[in-house]
Design a protein around this ligand. Structure first.
Ligand code: FPP
Length: 238
């Protein structure tokens, strides 16, 4: 199929509502969200989507009750352990664009280990945004560049978009082609602020734990129908 997005980003939202509707604890919603992630990774492979970036834990999520944060961290450890062999076998490279150093030790170890074990993989990329915040990422890139300038390693006049981009945690990953947000919310919530400048946005009322290959196919179809003009004119307009 032509026009398949190369990079899909997803805000995995709606786990709590999914659980509440079933009278289940929020942690059960996150667990079902982990299953949806597993299905979606597989569906991306089937569709030939090269990169999947998922918002798994934001820098703001620390404000949630301690028990929920702990359940999420346990789930991340469990997910990585369970999926490890599958990710390796399928030649998937796992990266984390969040601040791994701020995670509890067990989660940090598991993430660092899967990132190292898959670093040479050349197939798809599963990019986890774990302890991630878009504004913080931009501030940190600015700080790194300011430090280089203070040390005389770059001249301020040399700093351009390309240099700035390379100081973001996404580094050389291409920008997302489409950003999907399930659960009916229509916000960006501090996700990939720099990288989504020209990204197509797609929203669905389906809650993340119910998300699967069918919703991904719908999003890809919508993406293929849209004209991507990057601020210029399409051929018909010219
Ligand atoms: C938002 O739903 C979701 C999160 C804060 C966590 C996302 C995490 C997962 C899907 C777990 C799996 C992740 C990995 C890497 C294994 P919400 O709780 O804000 O839902 P609500 O808005 O309905 O309350």
């Amino acid at each position: 199929m032509s026009g398949i997005p190369r990079h899909v980003a997803i805000i995995m939202d709606g786990n709590g509502r999914w659980a509440r509707r079933r009278n289940l604890p929020r942690a059960a919603g996150h667990r079902a969200g982990g299953e949806a992630l597993r299905r979606t990774v597989e569906a991306c492979r089937d569709l030939g989507i090269e990169i999947l970036t998922v918002y798994a834990f934001s820098t703001e999520n620390w404000k949630r009750p301690r028990a929920e944060v702990e359940a999420l961290m346990d789930l991340i450890v469990e997910y990585v352990r369970k999926e490890r062999e599958e990710l390796i076998r399928n030649n998937i490279r796992v990266v984390n664009i969040g601040d791994t150093s701020g995670l509890p030790a067990a989660a940090r170890r598991e993430i660092e280990s899967i990132v190292a074990a898959t670093s040479q993989n050349t197939g798809h990329v599963l990019c986890l945004a774990l302890n991630y915040g878009g504004r913080r990422e931009i501030v940190e890139a600015a700080r790194a560049l300011a430090q280089k300038a203070a040390r005389g390693e770059v001249r301020p006049g040399e700093i351009d978009e390309d240099m700035f981009r390379r100081h973001l945690t996404t580094g050389d990953l291409p920008d997302p082609d489409i950003l999907i947000r399930p659960s009916g919310e229509m916000r960006v919530s501090n996700f990939l602020l720099w990288q989504i400048a020209y990204t197509e946005l797609w929203f669905t009322p389906v809650l993340w734990p119910d998300f699967g290959p069918e919703q991904l196919r719908q999003a890809v179809e919508a993406y293929r129908q849209r004209h991507r003009r990057y601020g210029g004119l399409s051929l018909e307009d010219a």
